[in-house]
Design a protein around this ligand. Structure first.
Ligand code: NAD
Length: 235
């Protein structure tokens, strides 16, 4: 299917980065057991008590900054270099697709490389801040990383671009997402309605597997993506 498709698009979620050491929302014993995403990851929580939310953000930044791309990120970048993967829509904020050498990436939930002030709208690059945590704006308000918190709207551009890609691809490769976070979870449905084939890679079935997915490849993203790309390379 991938070899024959004119346009293949990948949709990735937290599961693709688990083997890089970044826990997904289900991983046992990780960050999210101590910081409930529904308590620390909402925009209302940030507005009410940014210092409390920064306790979680501080740990999350440490985990993300020490993570490196794994064979699944590298495999998708390889597929792209072979001309067989048009774009990657990622729900992740960890920059690992870019570090693996992939291009044409839509960061549906933003990126932690920049931060903004919710009061005066000034924006800062993470590397231009002085390392003080929580980081503050010149106006003294605590800054928020430019990632989408629960309860925030997704900016129009990634939504529009993802919609266009999903409705124009012939194959959608869905890797490591539970497809439970809205509106990103509409992307496989949009692709399906446009008659794309859906190939899903996950360690366990998801809400997509029975009704949306055409081919379910069960296993760890690093192993399955590598095997898939090796196979495609041989064709
Ligand atoms: P999720 O935590 O809801 O689901 C992760 C999925 O990945 C699950 O279906 C799980 O079975 C699967 N999975 C776990 N390990 C895997 C592996 N090794 N190989 C293949 N699949 C594996 O994640 P989601 O659907 O992406 O939604 C969570 C939201 O949280 C997203 O919006 C995402 O932005 C955010 N998030 C991002 C990161 C990150 O940037 N790395 C980490 C945690 C959460």
């Amino acid at each position: 299917m991938i070899c024959q498709a004119q346009k293949t698009v990948a949709l990735t979620g937290a599961g693709i980065s688990v083997e890089s050491g970044i826990p997904d929302f289900r991983s046992a014993g990780g960050l999210w057991e101590r910081f409930d995403p529904m308590e620390y990851g909402t925009i209302d929580a940030f507005r009410a008590d940014p210092e409390k939310v920064w306790m979680m953000l501080r740990e999350m930044s440490e985990v993300i900054s020490s993570a490196r791309p794994n064979p699944a990120h590298k495999g998708l970048a390889r597929l792209q270099k072979m001309g067989l993967l048009h774009s990657i829509i990622t729900q992740n904020i960890d920059n690992l697709h870019q570090e693996a050498g992939a291009t044409s990436i839509i960061e549906y939930h933003g990126n932690c490389g920049t931060l903004s002030c919710l009061s005066c709208n000034r924006q800062y690059r993470a590397d231009e801040l002085n390392g003080e945590l929580p980081p503050r704006c010149a106006c003294d308000r605590i800054l928020k990383p430019d990632v989408i918190f629960f309860g925030e709207d997704i900016p129009t551009q990634p939504v529009r671009e993802s919609h266009e890609l999903a409705s124009s691809c012939q194959v959608l490769l869905v890797v490591g997402t539970s497809a439970t976070v809205s509106p990103a979870n509409s992307i496989p449905q949009i692709a399906r309605m446009a008659r794309a084939k859906i190939i899903e890679i996950n360690i366990e079935p998801t809400v997509l597997t029975t009704h949306i997915t055409d081919i379910f490849l069960k296993g760890k993203a690093s192993e399955v993506v590598t095997g898939l790309v090796d196979e495609v390379e041989r064709v």
